[in-house]
Design a protein around this ligand. Structure first.
Ligand SMILES: [Fe+2]
Length: 385
């Protein structure tokens, strides 16, 4: 017997044009001078996500300060740089504008603003002692879903390790998923982030912490990815495909925020920390390999996934139907141009030992449905090599 909790922002704005109400929502939350945490590229984009967010703040008569130092795989130092600006301008709240890097960096700024110890000291589960400043997340990629989650994934450059601060206090108060902000994303990034969303949904659906609520959102996310990711990659201006991928990402985020992930993420985090490999690409390359290994833990769950992904499974044994899910994942990744081997991404075999050790220590490893040894993880890295 066990019980579950379900965390999510209290308000989630979705659909084309929703960012227009950002300023009004800030006022409702008594946010007077937010620090906008974003990156250089988005900040410079004409009529881009930052410009649109700022327009809404100005229409509501709000002051703001822009911090453009959220790097990919955000570093601890990025958070402290943001904090310095936050303090210098007496900001009272945070708005993150971007994908996972901006949201995670903004959460790091928020944690640093209300906690004494170094950020690395809060790695792990529920170590935060105080609330963060009010935080709104404006999401611009359909993938990481950090705009709804309790995770802040940061990189410690001293150890080259990614670490995760997991706490209910990290969940943004409000999330925005406006697909009109996603139209300009290049095909490669659309593919990588979309595969990240699919990985969230699949890993949660087979996780040992899955429950009927996370099953419902994971199932819908898998269907939306299978039916819309190719189209969004093929034509970034396809608003319907973008909107459906934004929903897929949001639903997958609601799933893994509560039902947890598995070895794909545990292993992908090592590739991100060690080689700065894009998170979505690392996941996409590992997903079929890890899930094929996981099948025997619960074949029926994988047969379900095959069906969600549109595979014909009638008349097949459960094991054959389960295998169809793996085929569907491989086909999707190939169709959208995901690289197929870790070798071509510059990964080195001699690092597998250390990465396998660290993957088993990663917070996501515990909810993987099949319990592996270090040698199993090394073998999985080899299979993806
Ligand atoms: Fe992810």
């Amino acid at each position: 017997m066990r019980y579950y909790d379900f965390l999510n922002p209290s308000v989630n704005f979705m659909g084309p044009g929703c960012v227009k109400v950002l300023g009004e929502r800030c006022k409702l939350l008594n946010m007077h001078k937010p620090l906008i945490v974003t990156d250089e590229f988005l900040a410079k984009l004409e009529n881009g996500p930052v410009a649109q967010s700022v327009a809404s703040l100005e229409a509501a008569g709000l002051e703001y300060v822009i911090f453009t130092g959220a790097e990919p795989n955000p570093k601890v130092q990025n958070c402290y740089d943001g904090l310095a600006l936050y303090k210098e301008h007496n900001c009272d709240s945070i708005i993150t504008v971007g994908g996972g890097s901006a949201h995670d960096c903004g959460k790091g700024v928020g944690i640093a603003a209300t906690h004494e110890k170094h950020l690395t000291e809060y790695a792990g589960i529920e170590k935060l002692e105080n609330p963060l400043p009010p935080l709104i997340a404006v999401n611009t990629t359909a993938g990481t879903a950090s705009e709804v989650t309790r995770h802040a994934v940061l990189t410690n450059l001293d150890t080259k390790l990614k670490f995760v601060i997991v706490s209910w206090r990290n969940v943004p108060l409000v999330s925005f998923n406006d697909p009109m902000m996603m139209l300009g994303i290049p095909a490669g990034l659309t593919a990588a982030t979309g595969m990240d969303a699919l990985t969230h949904a699949v890993e949660t659906y087979v996780s040992v912490d899955a429950n009927p609520v996370t099953d419902a959102v994971a199932m819908q996310a898998i269907k939306l990815c299978a039916n819309n990711l190719r189209q969004a990659v093929a034509n970034g201006q396809d608003v319907k495909a973008r909107e459906n991928m934004a929903y897929a990402s949001l639903l997958a985020g609601m799933a893994f925020n509560n039902g947890n992930l598995g070895y794909v993420h545990a292993m992908a985090h090592q590739l991100g920390g060690q080689y700065d490999l894009p998170h979505g690409v690392a996941n996409a390359m590992l997903l079929p390999v890890v899930e094929e290994y996981n099948i025997i833990s619960n074949p029926q769950r994988f047969a379900d996934i095959a069906e969600f992904m549109g595979e014909k499974i009638e008349g097949l044994s459960v094991m054959d139907a389960a295998q169809k899910a793996i085929d569907a994942m491989r086909r999707l990744a190939t169709d959208i141009g995901i690289p197929t081997s870790l070798k071509e991404m510059g990964v080195k075999e001699e690092d597998f030992d250390l990465m396998a050790t660290n993957a088993l220590l990663d917070g996501n490893a515990g909810s993987n449905p099949r319990k592996g040894t270090k040698q199993d993880i090394i073998n999985l890295f080899k299979k993806a090599y």
